[in-house]
Design a binder for this molecule. Structure first.
Ligand code: RB5
Length: 148
């Protein structure tokens, strides 16, 4: 189950991503927003990020104007590793090296085709299990827990 969320700037892109997910039979929960009316991105980032952190969703895709605000907001939730990406290499590497559990994209930065390409890579790329990557991801938890 994929968690989806956006603000007004990311609404159209989120709807396009939903069409893609429908076409591949991928289930999702849409945490809004539901129109291009101006809203505050942290509200929707928090809803989707908590669903991922709680295990109700296994991953998330979030969109705003740049992808940055919504990623900063999502990363405030414990257990979230949200990566704002604009190109394919970074998506592949953030899955492999950071075990990113949320992909954030900017609707004012990339076009729909690129966003779908990035979504495909995000879905198909597994996190690497070498000790050094696991150790570094564990350190992210240590930071969250005030141990670093
Ligand atoms: C909304 O205008 C815009 O600030 C928002 O979508 C996002 O880009 C913030 O980071």
């Amino acid at each position: 189950m994929t968690a989806l969320a956006c603000d007004h700037a990311g609404y159209i892109l989120k709807e396009e991503i939903k069409k893609y997910l429908d076409s591949i039979g991928e289930e999702y929960t849409d945490f809004g927003t539901d129109s291009e009316e101006s809203v505050d991105y942290p509200i929707y980032a928090a809803k989707a990020a908590h669903a991922v952190a709680d295990g109700k969703c296994s991953r998330g895709i979030l969109c705003c104007g740049t992808g940055i605000g919504i990623s900063i907001a999502a990363n405030k939730v414990k257990g979230i590793r949200a990566a704002c990406c604009t190109e394919e290499y970074s998506v592949e590497m953030t899955r492999k090296h950071n075990d990113a559990n949320i992909l954030c994209m900017g609707a004012r930065v990339i076009d729909t085709d690129t966003a779908i390409k990035l979504t495909k890579i995000f879905f198909k790329t597994e996190a690497l299990t070498e000790e050094r990557h696991l150790r570094r991801v564990k350190m992210l938890e240590d930071i969250e827990n005030g141990l670093m």
